[in-house]
Design a protein around this ligand. Structure first.
Ligand code: SF4
Length: 694
């Protein structure tokens, strides 16, 4: 794709990797893409980019791309190449036959945070209106579903509170379970700029992340907690704030539910949340916790940024609520430079959640039991809707194995590779009578599929993504869909084949429908996005220009609600058989399971996943750098090469999951968040032993 020469024209679109949502100019020669150049007018990136967005787009023309629909009667038969019409009719007939035999609830669909808002909206609409049930879920289930639950419960809105630019007003930056310089590089650089200007950095993470090595840091603290003990740490920080009277009493009295606050204050003041009690659980020095709490509460604006190291735990939702408690107690909400900011891993995690992909919520986080909201959708869609939540992804897997769930439509998500406990997922997928996979590559999930529908890459899409700061950015089509159809058209034709009318002529019409049914999107249209560049929801009559900072005057629930966040130890315990704790993360040049980046030159930057371990853990096992290691957990085993690293703390090991061979999800367990079933990817007890080369 990359050629020398002067471009003739350019098209502004949005990066499809992480939740920063950088804008790029796709520079064109005729209909050929010449290069991607960061767009100076981009509201999120201001002309900056990272190595993924700038260079890793060649996968869009990789020979592995699926270019024709395929079907097969059963998964032990070879694929048969067919026309679009045949594939869609095949899928529709199977779905109808399964529902006729096993009931309306026997099928469902999974949307993707990689797809546009318009595409995810259509998939959940297909499930609700054409399948007739609420069995719709999103891959955000396995990353930020606790953010949705935790922030909605405490602050009333399932979203980060700030713009990225807001970090330039922060005085104390508390980063919990996130690695922004690798996973959100453009924002990581912005944060580094603020740190060089003198902001204080506090990092709560089992591993010493690169942010702590920022040159010219004025003040930095690392709280190296044991994996799985987040809630004990956040409770200890809050305990210091309350017992040392560092609260913002004016904010609490004016903005928060005082009864809930008093109950929380009694709870958090208890000695079991003291830094000393916490140290026994987290391993973090009590005095360090005191220093961190004082800094966050008293040194100007305190801003919290967090990632999957917060959410992917059995107490993920409790931890998100603990973060919100701390921000409310210190008055660090509702203005520039403060706030609670989930860093979203995928480009459209925020959007896929906003668009009603969860089984309990219609678009705009309107609960399915809300008769007024349901009535609005019923009138627009011309169907009766279920008022009971449907199945979440893990429930779909369990029901498939148990025999009551028979068919699944998966758009843009490799669940066989990215969901935990691979053996369980594969057993579920192989139990299905009809699996429809819509993807750009023949992924691991497709091995269990009966219908393959070629998907379109981000360069072929027209629509919108919503980034981690609730910013709705336009995604513009740069090249025609390789297989001849855009993803939204395929979903629409499947609905039509099932007998449900969908007749959109352009994604802008889908956005018009979203705006008409979703109060927080009421002021959003393609015409405005063309004129204004981007819009941050809520954008409606109350907030006509959009909302850079949430909760400035009040919360959507009126008063902020403190939540009780009791620490409960994970079931994943170390013992003599599994003495180490494994946690996972990403590196700068690669993205998630690597389906895209491994098909670009970025693969040369990182050609294998390795196991990082502390020198003391290496020494007792006689391990040297580069040795092969067998890693065994209660769920499975894998083999990785050793990298001995002082970044690690003794007793904790770490790997990335960018290569299918890493087997990271073969060894992760079934433990999940108590409120949302988000998998506990970040804590797995393992044994590590030297092995001969696999
Ligand atoms: Fe793309 Fe994220 Fe890199 Fe920006 S920071 S170019 S959105 S991967």
């Amino acid at each position: 794709v990359i050629e020398a020469g002067q471009p003739e024209h350019s098209i502004v679109t949005t990066c499809a990797y992480c939740g920063v949502g950088c804008s790029f100019e796709a520079q064109m020669k005729g209909d050929q893409l010449v290069r991607m150049v960061p767009y100076k007018g981009g509201d999120a990136n201001h002309g900056h980019s990272c190595v993924k967005g700038r260079f890793a787009f060649g996968y869009a023309t990789h020979p592995d791309r699926l270019t024709s629909p395929m079907v097969r009667e059963s998964i032990d038969q070879p694929w048969r190449q067919v026309s679009w019409q045949e594939a869609i009719d095949f899928a529709a007939q199977r779905l109808k036959a399964i529902q006729a035999k096993h009931g309306r609830e026997s099928i469902g669909g999974i949307t993707s945070s990689r797809c546009t808002n318009e595409e995810t909206y259509l998939v959940q609409k297909l499930v609700r209106a054409a399948f007739g049930n609420n069995n719709t879920d999103t891959c955000a289930r396995v990353c930020h579903s606790p953010t949705g639950y935790g922030l909605k419960t405490t602050l009333g809105e399932s979203a980060g509170t700030q713009t990225f630019d807001s970090v330039m007003q922060a005085d104390t930056i508390l980063v919990i379970g996130a690695n922004p310089t690798d996973a959100h590089p453009v924002f990581g650089s912005m944060m580094r700029r603020r740190l060089r200007e003198g902001a204080t950095l506090i990092v709560a993470d089992p591993r010493r992340i690169d942010l702590l090595k920022t040159p010219h840091l004025k003040a930095a603290q690392h709280l190296p907690l044991r994996p799985g003990t987040n809630v004990a740490l956040i409770n200890a920080l809050a305990h210091v704030v309350v017992t040392e009277d560092l609260e913002d009493h004016e904010f609490i009295a004016k903005r928060c539910d005082t009864a809930a606050y008093r109950a929380w204050r009694d709870f958090i003041s208890d000695a079991r949340h003291s830094p000393e009690a916490s140290e026994a659980i987290t391993g973090v020095d009590a005095e360090a916790v005191r220093r961190a709490a004082r800094s966050y509460a008293t040194v100007g604006n305190g801003a919290i940024y967090y990632g999957l190291g917060v959410t992917e735990h059995s107490q993920g939702s409790s931890m998100v609520m603990g973060i919100a408690n701390l921000a409310m107690a210190t008055g660090n909400i509702g203005r520039e430079g403060v706030g609670v900011n989930p860093l979203r891993g995928q480009n459209n995690v925020q959007g896929s959640c906003d668009m009603g992909s969860f089984p309990h919520e219609l678009p705009g986080y309107q609960h399915v039991s809300n008769a007024e909201a349901r009535g609005r959708f019923e009138a627009a869609w011309g169907v009766d809707l279920d008022d009971e939540p449907g199945l979440r992804i893990p429930n779909m897997f369990d029901a498939a194995i148990e025999g009551s769930f028979k068919a699944l439509y998966v758009q843009g998500e490799d669940i066989a590779q990215s969901d935990p406990n691979t053996q369980h997922v594969e057993a579920a997928l192989s139990s299905l009578e009809c699996l429809i996979v819509q993807d750009i590559f023949l992924n691991e999930t497709a091995k269990y599929a009966h219908v393959l529908l070629p998907g379109s890459s981000f360069l072929e899409k027209d629509g919108t993504f919503t980034n981690a700061e609730r910013r709705i950015n336009r995604v513009r089509q740069v090249t025609a869909p390789l297989a001849g159809k855009a993803d939204w058209e395929v979903t629409q034709e499947l609905a039509q084949a099932l007998g449900y009318p969908m007749n959109y002529r352009h994604p802008s019409e889908i956005m018009d429908e979203i705006a008409s049914l979703t109060p927080s999107f009421a002021g959003v249209s393609y015409a405005r996005l063309e004129a204004e560049g981007s819009l941050q929801w809520p954008c409606n009559a109350e907030y006509p220009v959009g909302t850079p900072t949430l909760h400035e005057v009040d919360f959507p629930i009126g008063l902020g609600r403190f939540a009780i966040t009791e620490y409960v130890a994970t079931e994943e315990r170390t013992n003599r058989r599994f003495p180490l704790l494994l946690t996972t993360g990403r590196i700068l040049s690669q993205y998630n399971v690597g389906a895209q980046t491994r098909r670009t030159d970025n693969q040369h930057w990182h050609d294998e996943d390795v196991l990082e371990l502390h020198p003391s853990d290496a020494e007792v096992r006689g391990v040297r750098d580069g040795d092969w290691l067998g890693i065994t957990s209660r769920a499975g085993q894998t083999v990785l090469r050793a990298r001995i690293s002082e970044r690690m703390q003794p007793g904790v090991v770490y790997t990335t999951f960018h290569h299918p061979g890493s087997g990271a999800n073969v060894i992760t367990t079934d433990n999940s968040d108590w409120a949302t079933n988000c998998p506990e990817y970040k804590v797995t007890a393992v044994q590590v032993e030297k092995v001969s080369q696999p």
